[in-house]
Design a protein around this ligand. Structure first.
Ligand SMILES: [Zn+2]
Ligand SMILES: [Zn+2]
Length: 348
């Protein structure tokens, strides 16, 4: 299997981001990312101006983010602008499906901060929707802003933005995703930076909000593919979008420890199945997990912790039907740092 790491939610000067796509790509390449998906608000201008392609070793693809005040929706692998419809987000989802795109509900749960437009949030509230491909379970910028609760936390977050990673994603967001997955729907977890690269210059300090540098080394989506990238836009675009759609992937908080090398699969004498697979129940299925560093691993079944393991290699025999996914934490000084959130394997 070939592993590729990318950031699937970020903004450029085509909307409210601070840098052009070539400048962003340079940062992505420096951070070792294999792909970036630019998701400017309400526009595919980057696509229209043929900005997709390889910049050094990093492939830049262009999607968009639909809707303005609520129900933000990432539309990947689309070729026409997806019109906003905040009151009927199902229409936005349907339009992305019409174009055979990949649609991801962005930062559905937000608390807001009194320092940002008096607590303004961009939540997803209509959960009657169906047919979307994924939920962004961890949005770096949104989690950073939500923790700006007072002057002290604000100073800490400005001086060391990575402290915003310590609490991990909202459990409420994971619960929503677990709900869909437990009902047998192939809806997957994605994570991104939502980088905008905004810099506010104050007399004593520069305040960076959602910097590309920090974002690209923080919350990434890792994909596994049987075929390797070949260095051509057409081939590799298809490969990356196929892998993203199939859910053989995980969300990694790569800031302290790179999650490259993580693996999660179901194995039995009859075969092997990766994340995103639906496996018919049979005897002697074992779920196998490999973590690139010592980790505390929770096997989640139907959204609830089911079994635990510590170390590098983890094995869980399966004797019940269910949807299984992994949450892994690594050691950070005396604490456990939320690290890897895998996509699930259904055993049905
Ligand atoms: Zn958004
Ligand atoms: Zn965004």
């Amino acid at each position: 299997m070939h592993e590729y790491v990318g950031n699937v939610h970020l903004h450029s000067t085509y909307s409210d981001g601070a840098l052009t796509i070539p400048a962003i790509a340079k940062i992505g390449a420096r951070k070792g990312l294999d792909f970036l998906i630019v998701t400017d608000h309400q526009t595919l201008a980057g696509l229209e101006q043929e900005q997709e392609g390889y910049y050094d070793k990093t492939l830049v693809l262009i999607g968009m983010e639909a809707n303005e005040h609520s129900h933000h929706y990432l539309a990947l692998n689309v070729h026409k602008v997806v019109p906003d419809n905040e009151n009927q987000p199902q229409k936005v989802i349907d339009e992305v499906n019409q174009q055979n795109g990949i649609g991801i509900i962005a930062h559905p749960v937000e608390r807001g901060s009194k320092f940002y437009h008096n607590g303004l949030v961009f939540e997803w509230t209509d959960w009657s929707v169906q047919g979307f491909q994924g939920i962004e379970i961890w949005n770096y910028l949104s989690r950073w802003r939500d923790q700006l609760t007072n002057i002290m936390s604000g100073l800490r977050l400005i001086i060391r933005p990575s402290v915003s990673l310590h609490k991990g994603p909202y459990r409420q967001t994971l619960d929503i995703l677990d709900g869909y997955q437990s009902r047998g729907q192939r809806v997957f977890a994605y994570g991104g930076s939502d980088a905008h690269g905004i810099r506010i210059r104050l007399p004593l300090i520069n305040v960076d909000i959602g910097s590309y540098e920090e974002g690209f080394r923080s919350i990434n989506t890792h994909i596994l593919s049987e075929q390797p990238l070949q260095g051509s836009l057409a081939h590799d675009k298809k490969l990356i979008y196929t892998a993203l759609a199939e859910g053989n992937s995980w969300v990694g908080c790569d800031y302290y420890k790179d999650s490259r090398g993580f693996r999660f699969l179901a194995q039995s004498p009859q075969g092997k199945w990766g994340m995103g697979s639906v496996v018919p129940y049979h005897d002697n299925i074992t779920l196998r997990v490999q973590t690139p560093h010592h980790a505390r691993v929770a096997l989640m079944r139907n959204g609830k912790p089911w079994s635990f393991s510590q170390g590098h290699h983890h094995r869980f025999p399966v004797n019940r039907l269910g949807v299984y996914r992994i949450e892994a934490q690594h050691r950070r000084i005396l604490k456990w740092q939320p690290w890897i959130f895998s996509n699930p394997i259904w055993i049905l």
